[in-house]
Design a protein. Structure first.
Length: 283
């Protein structure tokens, strides 16, 4: 019995020792590449503390400010569970990590494979010219539907603006047709420094409450976008339309639109409540 107990304690100690430490910093995006697609991730920080986005096998994270040590849990499509300590280090030499499947602390028993008529080829992670995974670059929306959406009145007038350092991220309206939802945004840069867009990401998260100290999010990918947005010049503004396949969210959740600055820290997040979506206006 004593031998079994000692062996158990040794096993637990080895598992804890194997837990990886991830370093991150405000001025760089931390990138974790997993052996399988990310299904879900949960962290000990909220959307106000840091920006995070999953895209296939890749998880991107960047803190808004100095944060205390926390944790990160990730589940991948092959049934593996990973856990990490996340530590802020302003002098971190490297913020890119390739995660080996052996780092998983648990794996679900896989179900028997369903025969397929044709093998499915894996999709490689390819970066576009801006260094963003190509799969995050949505297809262009047709000009006719863009003109229709742009011609609709901007009817959302309250609880629709996020502001940071003379930058405004505004939801003007949500519109729908038979198959899709269209979100019209306006971005205003009233500062003297141009805003270079790293990327704009969307995810569904739970509304923050006093009882909630962790954040679970599900990434939502646009089906189309009006145009590629790279820069908002100083003292200027622009509008952009994103299209999504029709979806709804619960009253206890919000759609979070996040815009990250390339080469800067003006990262801004706009929470979109569920009633803006459910009350979308017909085109």
């Amino acid at each position: 019995m004593k031998k079994i107990l000692c062996l158990s304690l040794l096993f637990v100690g080895a598992s804890l020792h194997a837990q990886q430490r991830i370093l991150w910093r405000c001025d760089k995006v931390t990138q974790l590449i997993f052996p399988a697609e990310i299904v879900k991730f949960r962290s000990g920080y909220t959307s106000e503390d840091a920006v995070s986005q999953s895209d296939g096998r890749v998880l991107y994270m960047q803190p808004v400010d100095v944060l205390p040590e926390s944790n990160l849990n990730v589940i991948t499509s092959d049934g593996r569970y990973y856990t990490f300590d996340v530590v802020y280090d302003p002098a971190a030499a490297s913020v890119n990590y390739i995660i080996d499947s052996a780092a998983a602390f648990y794996r679900e028993t896989p179900e028997p494979a369903v025969p397929q008529s044709e093998p499915v080829s894996p999709v490689p992670v390819v970066e576009d010219a801006a260094g963003v995974p190509a799969s995050t670059s949505a297809a262009r929306i047709g000009m006719r539907i863009v003109e229709t959406v742009q011609g609709m009145p901007d009817y959302i007038k309250s609880n629709n603006v996020a502001r940071l350092q003379k930058l405004s991220f505004i939801l003007c309206g949500v519109y729908t047709d038979a198959d899709r939802l269209y979100f019209k945004f306006r971005i205003e840069n009233n500062g003297n420094i141009p805003f270079d867009v790293d990327y704009i990401a969307f995810s569904v998260i739970a509304r923050r409450t006093k009882k909630t100290s962790t954040q679970e999010r599900m990434q939502v990918f646009p089906a189309g976008v009006e145009k590629e947005l790279h820069r908002i010049d100083s003292k200027s503004s622009c509008e952009i339309v994103y299209a999504f396949e029709k979806f709804t969210i619960g009253k206890d959740k919000v759609l979070l639109a996040e815009m990250l600055e390339s080469g800067g820290d003006r990262n801004i997040a706009l929470p979109i409540p569920e009633h803006f979506i459910i009350e979308a206006r017909h085109l």
